[in-house]
Write a protein that binds this ligand. Structure first.
Ligand SMILES: N[C@@H](CCC(=O)N[C@@H](CS)C(=O)NCC(=O)O)C(=O)O
Length: 203
């Protein structure tokens, strides 16, 4: 089994943190996506999206999409803790994971990609979409802060995959890529961010 990744990028880091939390180690293949190593024919024949991360199983099956990879690993290990164990936990984790991913992380990706033009060699960049996406990120932060005002973690009182998504959203996309101060005005996000940052898997 091989994990194709670009270790510095947020989606690969999400899988990396998930694996560390579960205590799973995988062989990795580094692809420099900035240099376009994910765009060659060999990789595109395996990956429907052409993006990293992607997990290639020993029988040649290829699984793209961060959460699909995490789900496969968790099912294989028989440890669904980070996806929620009871029906209500699983429902809430799924809900928050999707909310943070769609309204936070992916809006942030769109903002960064369209404003910076980092991948203009392979996609149309629309500045207005970048501006709008950045506004959506800024509008999402108070919602996340409200949820964290009454819960220790994003999906409730246990760490879940939603926290891994949220950590990359706040730490890499807001603070670094978009220079949005997601901490000063949001005490609950700050409390949670400091708390999860202490975990060895998140460092
Ligand atoms: N929905 C995908 C997104 C993956 C993604 O955006 N990967 C980026 C790196 S963070 C990538 O491969 N970028 C290179 C490209 O777009 O060509 C997932 O969650 O795995």
């Amino acid at each position: 089994m091989k994990l194709y990744e670009f270790a510095a990028n947020p989606s690969s880091r999400r899988v990396g943190i998930f694996l560390k939390e579960l205590g799973v180690e995988l062989a990795t293949v580094q692809l420099d996506v900035r240099a376009g190593e994910n765009l060659n024919e060999e990789y595109l024949a395996k990956s429907i999206t052409g993006k990293v991360p992607m997990l290639e199983l020993d029988d040649g099956t290829c699984i793209s999409e961060t959460i699909a990879i995490c789900r496969y690993i968790a099912e294989k290990k028989g440890d669904l803790t980070l996806f929620g164990k009871t029906p209500v936990e699983a429902g809430l984790v799924e809900m928050w994971q999707r909310i943070v991913e769609l309204d936070g992380l992916y809006a942030g990706f769109q903002a960064f990609r369209n404003l910076s033009g980092v991948y203009s060699d392979r996609e149309r960049c629309v500045k207005a979409w970048g501006v709008e996406s950045k506004l959506r990120v800024q509008e999402f932060l108070p919602k996340l802060d409200k949820q964290l005002s009454s819960h220790q973690f994003i999906a409730g009182d246990k760490l879940s995959v939603a926290d891994i998504t949220g950590f990359l959203f706040v730490g890499i996309v807001c603070l670094k890529a978009l220079e949005i101060d997601a901490l000063s005005d949001y005490p609950n996000i700050t409390r949670w961010f400091e708390q999860v940052s202490q975990r060895p898997a998140f460092q």
